[in-house]
Design a protein around this ligand. Sequence first.
Ligand SMILES: [Mg+2]
Length: 102
Amino acid sequence: MQSTIQEILQFRKERNWHVNQDARSLAISISLEANELLEPFQWCTGEEAVATHHQEIKEEIADVLIYLVALADHMDIDLQEAVTEKLKINLNKYPVPEKTKL
Ligand SMILES: [Mg+2]
């Protein structure tokens, strides 16, 4: 994941995109890209969307991640640390059910 983050940040830096974008703009962009992710699912079942729009869905997933990385970087948030912390919170909130424990 760290190399993907670095690749995204390098791409943005080479184009100076990191300079003019603020947290608000990046947060809005995450939401817009997440909504673009919904478009292939409009007017069909999830299975149909996955079967017929796999590439579009893949690209929108990437767009969401790219903006997430940009926002985290802008706010000096270590994305890996944030995810690890959040998973710990979720673990306490949603413990593994007894019957599925290995
Ligand atoms: Mg997009």
